[in-house]
Ligand binder design. Structure first.
Ligand code: CMC
Length: 418
């Protein structure tokens, strides 16, 4: 069934102007061609079932190519910045110099979070997972910015800027709060990644470290209709506010089969321990039908292109800051797994090397997925905007497998278990 603008649809067309009088965002792309209705049988996990039409990101899983709005992700990771890439994803085109300057300025101006949100976060248990803290904090933005005007282009721009700007501040704030410290204010003279590292560590950020973190954010910014993005689109399709959209996506990203896998990769490498244990450990895991964390992907039959780039970034970090024995272990595991799982198209995914990069950057393990969320906020917002452009509420069908209709019995007439 084609997407159509029924009651409650918004067809948002934001095209506000920058201070230089140039459109802050390019006009939205023309509505995608309408697909014809097809009958599909039940597919667990909706594998291979198109659930939307999208012009944001494309994956060639056989050749290992990922593009954002047509641009290969490796070009973006090498040459773009996260904020430029976020702009590209959300508004559909690369910004001009003025548009980028405006966007960066706006994001800088909105990095601070209300003291009420910081006070709320102080009430969170320090032992809680930072993803849960982030989900609650992101949702709380809806309380503070409760006006909902999905047809107002300025509202869309403001919500985009606010979420891109404030999510890193909230991640860093919880990190300091759970250590018993007060969160520190963002610094306007620092780039997006530099400022995040500064807010996290309270130290002057290293330029190389910040550039590599920025590239990681680009690599994690978007990946078509993965579980959290699907969640975001489903939530968006109800025409709720964008903070609820992002909060629902954060909750979905937290699971170990999705964003949470990068933490588990390091746990797994620690469990393996030494290179001579790699092969026996892998054989035992495969025999026990255990999933190897950081391996496999619904979309890729070859090594995830993001894992290739992340491996390069990890090596760059090791050259600058010293090597990590866990990296040798990871490479040994990748080599051993190629012989055993490669024939099934199971290779390292984005999470396999990202944890090693973050570990070298000194980032605590349970912040890996929140950093993924900081990046993916760009993709979620791109999908939010696209969903609003041709909205129809998601309401799939199901195949009922329960009892046929039956009659309720009073308690005394119900048979007792034998
Ligand atoms: N290790 C061993 N076998 C695997 C793995 C793995 N990591 N992944 C898939 N397989 C096997 C699986 O056992 C099954 O084999 P068989 O057909 O013989 O039963 C076959 O491959 C298909 O597996 P599936 O679980 O049905 O595949 P899926 O497309 O539903 O799942 C996945 C994709 C990413 C959830 C899965 O590969 C997995 O659980 N990987 C480990 C967790 C992980 O690294 N997640 C991060 C994903 S990338 C970042 C993100 O999207 O967040």
């Amino acid at each position: 069934m084609a997407a159509k603008n029924t009651g409650g649809s918004t067809a948002v067309q934001p095209n506000p102007e920058s201070a230089a009088g140039e459109p802050l965002a390019p006009p939205p792309p023309a509505a995608p061609a309408v697909a014809t209705e097809t009958t599909v049988s039940f597919r667990p996990g909706l594998e291979g079932v198109p659930a939307t039409q999208s012009a944001i990101c494309d994956i060639d899983g056989n050749r290992g190519i990922l593009t954002y709005r047509g641009y290969p992700v490796d070009q973006l990771a090498r040459q773009s910045s996260f904020l430029e890439t976020a702009y590209l994803l959300i508004w559909g085109e690369l910004p001009t110099i003025f548009q980028l300057r405006d966007f960066e300025h706006e994001v800088k101006m909105h990095r601070r979070v209300s003291f009420r949100i910081r006070d709320m976060m102080k009430c969170f248990p320090a032992s809680g997972h930072p993803m849960d803290a982030l989900q609650a904090s992101a949702a709380s933005l809806g309380l503070f910015y409760s006006r909902r005007a999905l047809n107002d282009p300025q509202y869309i721009v403001a919500a985009v800027v606010r979420l891109i700007a404030k999510i890193p501040t909230m991640v860093a704030a919880f990190q300091l709060i759970r250590k018993g410290q007060d969160p520190i204010q963002p610094r306007d003279d620092l780039t997006y990644a530099e400022n995040f590292l500064y807010m996290l560590t309270e130290q002057e950020p290293d330029r190389t470290a910040a550039r590599i973190l920025d590239a990681c954010l680009i690599l994690h910014a978007e990946h078509s209709l993965n579980a959290s993005t699907f969640s975001a689109r489903v939530t968006a399709s109800t025409l709720t506010d964008p903070y609820a959209v992002v909060a629902s996506a954060v909750g979905t990203l937290a699971g170990p089969l999705h964003g949470g896998a990068n933490e588990d990769v390091l746990d797994m490498l620690e469990e393996i321990g030494t290179i001579d244990q790699v092969e026996p450990w892998l054989d035992r895991a495969i025999a026990a039908k255990q999933k190897i964390m950081g391996f496999g992907h619904r979309e890729y039959r070859v090594k995830d292109p993001r894992a290739v780039i992340l491996q390069g970034l990890a090596e760059e970090l090791f050259t600058r800051f010293g090597t990590d024995p866990m990296y040798d272990l990871a490479r040994a595991l990748e080599a051993a797994a190629a012989g055993r799982l490669g024939a099934k198209g199971i290779y390292p995914n984005v999470d396999f090397y990202s944890g090693l990069v973050y570990r070298k950057l000194g980032i605590p393990r349970d912040l890996f997925t929140p950093i993924f969320a900081i990046a993916r906020t760009a993709g979620w917002l791109a999908h939010w905007r696209e969903q609003l452009g041709a909205n129809r509420i998601f309401r799939p069908s199901q195949i009922y497998t329960g009892y046929p209709e039956r009659t309720w019995l009073p308690l005394e007439q119900r048979p007792l278990p034998t």
